[in-house]
Design a protein around this ligand. Structure first.
Ligand SMILES: [Zn+2]
Length: 280
């Protein structure tokens, strides 16, 4: 009586996109004994590193080591799963995201973006919290240890704010501050006050931490800002000039004014959403 052996042998080849060939490899091993080996099914495993993981690697080289088809490897040995495999509504992605959800919407830098944002289109608003806690601090005290004081746009605003030094965030905000100070007088009113930076708190009405909790976000003048919650409406509104936005984006900060649930005073450091040109 002949025996059938079902072989599902998939060789995972962890390789970068630049040199990837045909993805997975199937290898059939012929045995020298009388066992008949029959391959009845080819399990295709896509081992190419997803674009979102590649963007994370490029954005946070100090912390991240490598990735494969569905895992992110940190330099300290931590492994994070990229895609948890669950189908989610937009609200579920906000409340219970994985890294894949976080990277699932494409932020469009510059002046040529889709305005007003389509329903629930808000790249950057989905955040996988453990990812940021590991880098910037997992509690108010831990974040505090990483904060420095920065004089924000001296001559126009001049308020001293607390910002995170991790990933060079404070340095980048300092450069943004310098560039904003060069803008013509007509822009000064949007920058004359700041709505604040570090504040260990949840986003109003949610259980999700605000990026202000990490000291990696700044709000500009609230007087000229629109926030969907204050307006009690997702009907898009904005008064902030794009000239200000592009300066922030140049240094890895995304703008809440490009979100369906808009928050036009809000900028946060999210280089993984702004490095398309570097990795493609
Ligand atoms: Zn904010």
């Amino acid at each position: 009586m002949s025996q059938l052996l079902f072989v599902f042998l998939v060789i995972l080849n962890f390789q970068c996109a630049e040199n990837s060939g045909d993805g997975s490899t199937l290898e059939v091993v012929h045995d020298s004994t009388d066992v008949v080996m029959e391959v009845t099914e080819v399990v295709h495993v896509n081992t190419e590193i997803p674009q979102g993981l590649r963007r994370l690697l490029v954005a946070y080289p100090e912390f991240l080591d490598s990735a494969d088809g569905n895992n992110l490897y940190w330099k300290d040995g931590t492994v994070m799963v990229y895609d948890d495999g669950y189908d989610k509504t937009h609200e579920e992605k906000l409340n219970n995201p994985d890294l894949e959800d976080m990277m699932s919407q494409e932020y469009i830098p510059g002046v040529d973006w889709d305005s007003p944002p389509p329903e629930d289109f808000e790249p950057g608003r989905i955040r996988f919290e453990p990812f940021f806690k590991k880098m910037y601090g997992a509690s108010s005290d831990q974040v505090n240890e990483n904060l420095v004081s920065l004089k924000w746009i001296p001559g126009i605003c001049g308020t001293t704010v607390k910002v995170n030094t991790v990933n060079g965030v404070a340095e980048k905000l300092n450069k943004i501050s310098e560039e904003l100070s060069q803008l013509p007088a007509e822009f000064h009113k949007y920058l004359a006050r700041t709505g604040g930076t570090f504040n260990w708190r949840n986003i109003a009405g949610t259980n999700r931490l605000s990026t202000h909790a990490f000291g990696t976000a700044i709000d500009i003048n609230t007087e000229y800002s629109d926030y969907w919650k204050w307006n009690n409406s997702t009907q898009y509104r904005n008064k902030i000039p794009i000239e200000i936005v592009v300066i922030f984006e140049k240094y890895g900060f995304i703008w809440g004014g490009k979100w369906f649930h808009y928050d036009t005073m809000h900028f946060e450091y999210r280089p993984e959403l702004l490095n398309q040109a570097e990795e493609e």
